[in-house]
Design a protein around this ligand. Structure first.
Ligand code: F6P
Length: 344
């Protein structure tokens, strides 16, 4: 068999572990060829690939990023994109393609599989943890650990100066990283996209904490957090060339407003792409490896149109269609429990 593999969308820790598992299993259980396509769908459209041997994936398990490169964008951005994709499948005798991607790449993969009959299997990745159909994506746990380590460090400097630290984390329209890193790091308040915040309430929480004699507050803000309508002016986000919102300014608005309302000095820390870089945690290496192995089984079974998913600790399959245009958001009951018990 010829099995293609590509990585799409934003990179995340664990991508190389998936690639390694696919290559090891495909070679070890039948001597199949694995073709790694460069730069996501660009590699498919331009037939840029390399045969991945066991030697080539040696040593990549703990490496962050992706040895194949990744890009945003898809064949649907071009009038002849689907035709060119089909051509690559037939020119290279591809029996299957494994697409390792987040919501965008899995939606594209689903459309190519279900609407155009291409033999594609999905593997859900993203630090945002926002893919429908799986209990978790790989990369998320690593991002939460990085953000938690940062929050731990910020506690001591914030305490020394009695400051309010506003820490902005990634996650797009889901508050998974903010909620988990905020909880793990003992945040004073956590602002998530799913629950609009009232800046005055946040200021009250901060002020009460100081009244109780505590120094320093750490407010963790998801990049996609939204104020209650009419309570705070946030500049409209800029768009990238694919029309996606570019986040990264909300903490710059929240911090000075908290200072104004409480009288305490504030500082902004935007963790940014640090959350996506570097080596995956052991948990993510294991989850990525399990996904990679299961993706090859799905290829052998001809389970095209499906992605491998984690459910209650087990690796299962789900249709990639469940990801189309969807975002998996946090559990609101859990968020409210955390806010009632730990904020302040
Ligand atoms: O989807 C992963 C993610 O890191 C988001 O959390 C973030 O909003 C976005 O990608 C950043 O994208 P880029 O790397 O294109 O700036």
């Amino acid at each position: 068999m010829n099995i293609g593999v590509l990585t799409g969308g934003g990179d995340c820790p664990g991508l190389n572990a998936v690639i390694r598992a696919i290559v090891r299993k495909a070679h070890g259980t039948g001597g199949h060829r694995v073709l790694g396509f460069y730069d996501s769908w660009d590699g498919i459209l331009e037939k840029r690939y390399e045969e991945l041997t066991i030697a080539q994936v040696r040593g990549i398990l703990p490496k962050g990023g992706t040895i194949l490169g990744t890009r945003r964008g898809s064949p649907f951005d071009f009038e002849d994109g689907v035709e060119r994709t089909k051509q690559t499948f037939s020119d290279l005798d591809l029996d299957a393609l494994v697409v390792i991607g987040g919501n965008g790449s899995l939606t594209v993969a689903s459309m190519l599989a279900r609407d155009h009959g291409l033999p594609i299997i999905g593997v859900p990745k993203t630090i945002d943890n926002d893919v429908q159909g799986t209990d978790s994506t790989f990369g998320f746990q690593t991002a939460v650990q990085i953000a938690t380590d940062a929050i731990d460090r910020l506690h001591t400097t914030a305490e020394s100066h009695d400051r309010v630290m506003v820490i902005e984390v990634m996650g797009r329209d889901a508050g998974w990283i903010a909620l988990h890193a905020g909880l793990a790091g003992g945040a004073t308040a956590i602002l998530v996209p799913e629950v609009p915040f009232d800046i005055k309430q946040v200021a009250t929480i901060v002020a009460k904490r100081h009244d109780r004699g505590r120094y320093a507050s750490l407010v963790v803000v998801a990049e996609g957090a939204k104020p209650v309508a009419g309570t705070l002016d946030i500049p409209a986000p800029k768009l990238d060339k694919y029309g996606r919102e570019l986040h990264g300014s909300i903490s710059q608005v929240i911090a000075p407003e908290l200072s104004r309302l409480t009288g305490y000095e504030s500082r902004v820390v935007q963790l940014g792409h640090v959350q996506r870089g570097g080596t995956p945690t052991a948990y993510d290496r294991v989850l990525s490896s399990r996904f990679g192995l299961a993706a090859v089984d799905a290829v052998y079974d001809g389970s095209f149109g499906d992605m491998v998913v984690l459910r209650c600790g087990n690796i299962e399959r789900a249709s990639m269609e469940v990801t189309r245009g969807k975002t998996r958001t946090i559990d609101l009951d859990f968020f409210h429990d955390v806010s009632a018990s730990f904020f302040g």
